[in-house]
Design a protein around this ligand. Structure first.
Ligand SMILES: C[S@@+](CC[C@H](N)C(=O)[O-])C[C@H]1O[C@@H](n2cnc3c(N)ncnc32)[C@H](O)[C@@H]1O
Length: 208
């Protein structure tokens, strides 16, 4: 029988550094929505390390959802919920969350997905809640490493709507949804962790 569990080699390298940041910025008890969970390996590792986090994995891809479900079943963790189908550009769960986590999504999706993620997280997070983003970013209009420039060109060749985002543009867009940049942490392989906090002060005018 086919094993639906997918494996991403990068996860083994980045999951522990990601866990250390999340443990610094999240409370011991937190409802966490992970978008773009992919294989589900981060969900199993991060939820497994912190029983007080109630971890909701999600992804729009049926293949990813099957993989997450299979990793979850094998792990048997009480605090790891069944994965839900979630495209950040669509409808979000109505539950409030203390954290929204997006690992390696922004550069592998159109800018509209980043805008939708920031709007969705702005709505879904409790005041003081954390939006955690992980991935490669440009800083002040420049790549942080030559390998990121090559990666960016490769992404844009695959889909012109994809590409490594500017930290300053993401921060400005986040601010429009009440999300204030709290921490920027350099991570292995020229990636960054960005920690935003919900300040409760959206600058968008609500629709009537
Ligand atoms: C590069 S993978 C990252 C997976 C995982 N977070 C990791 O780091 O291994 C990108 C993931 O984003 C998901 N994705 C793409 N567009 C999305 C969207 N609009 N909303 C939510 N997830 C999306 C894909 O299905 C895929 O699982």
């Amino acid at each position: 029988m086919n094993d639906p569990r997918l494996q991403s080699p990068a996860v083994a390298r980045n999951r522990q550094p990601i866990l250390e940041i999340l443990q610094r910025v999240l409370p011991e008890r937190a409802r966490v929505l992970e978008v773009a969970s992919g294989s589900g390996e981060h969900a199993v590792y991060l939820a497994g390390a912190t029983p007080g986090w109630r971890w909701q994995p999600s992804d729009p891809s049926p293949r990813a959802l099957a993989s997450i479900a299979a990793w979850r079943e094998a792990a048997g963790l009480a605090n790891l919920l069944e994965p839900v189908e979630l495209d950040v550009t669509g409808d979000w769960p109505s539950t409030p969350f203390e954290a929204v986590v997006a690992i390696n999504l922004l550069h592998i999706s159109p800018w509209a997905a980043t805008e939708a993620l920031l709007a969705g997280a702005g709505d879904a997070l409790v005041p003081g809640g954390v939006l955690f983003l992980y991935g490669p970013f440009r800083r002040e209009g420049r790549h942080t490493a030559p390998s990121n420039a090559t990666f960016d060109a490769d992404l844009r060749a695959r889909d012109p709507r994809w590409g490594i985002r500017d930290l300053e543009e993401v921060t400005a867009a986040a601010g429009r949804h009440g999300l204030k940049l709290d921490k920027v942490v350099t991570m292995p392989s020229n990636n960054l962790s960005l920690v935003f906090r919900q300040s409760g002060q959206s600058t968008l005018i609500p629709a009537r």
